[in-house]
Design a protein around this ligand. Sequence first.
Ligand SMILES: C[S@@+](CC[C@H](N)C(=O)[O-])C[C@H]1O[C@@H](n2cnc3c(N)ncnc32)[C@H](O)[C@@H]1O
Length: 253
Amino acid sequence: MVPKADQRRRASRSRKHLPGSSEHGKPVFNRLLEHRLIDQVSFEEYREKVRDVYDGPQGAMLATCSMLSLHTPLGARLFRGRKFDLRGARRILDVGSGAGQIAKHLIKYSDPEAEITCSDLSPEMLRRARNRLRSDRPRFVVADLTRLPFADNSFDCVTCGYVLEHLPDARLGLAELSRVMEPKARMLLLTTEDTFSGAWTSRMWCCRTYNRRELARICEEVGLRWNRELWFTPMHKVLRAGGICVELVKISS
Ligand SMILES: C[S@@+](CC[C@H](N)C(=O)[O-])C[C@H]1O[C@@H](n2cnc3c(N)ncnc32)[C@H](O)[C@@H]1O
């Protein structure tokens, strides 16, 4: 594993120079369309910008956008159909909970005694999630994905939906998630792919996109096995649409 200090140093450099960058493999048009801020400023400055975006009016529209883009109903299919099976999970972490889109499914489809923790960089998003969910099950923790305030091996199940694209280097988030996961814990990871529609998404939400093969390699590097690629529907699989959606398993050391 790459030491955390090195990862941070790498991430504060431009993404163009990172070993995990897919910049050169992307179609030129997608590269031109993709939002650039993440390459232009330090991670600290970029993170401030992200927090402002989600704390502000755009964040207030997030739940509606997820309904209109069908992400919320399509996400429900993953849990309802047990493509990502929550049965047996005891300590579940949802990172970057946003308006609680995934947490809503966790409350509905997990075992009633499972503890659910929702975390997000944006305090305002967590306030919105709390209001929307109207459930006393989740606890809400304001936290940056790259510095989670949880002990090693704290969770046996993690969900991470559309958060990783807000990091200049996936290793920063994935290594931290791997740390808080116990051996054999599972993660549902959803993130924006380096496709044409992914590039549009990146423009709307000031984020980056990921190349599927490079992301798989980074997951393995931080001890997360790329277990199963998931698709919202058979049509998404045929068209290879809907972004990257994968079940990861923490390799037991
Ligand atoms: C697009 S929303 C995803 C919401 C939900 N998880 C879903 O699947 O629809 C991205 C969320 O990630 C949060 N976020 C962005 N960067 C983050 C970071 N470094 N640490 C924690 N949360 C972050 C944002 O505040 C926002 O609420």
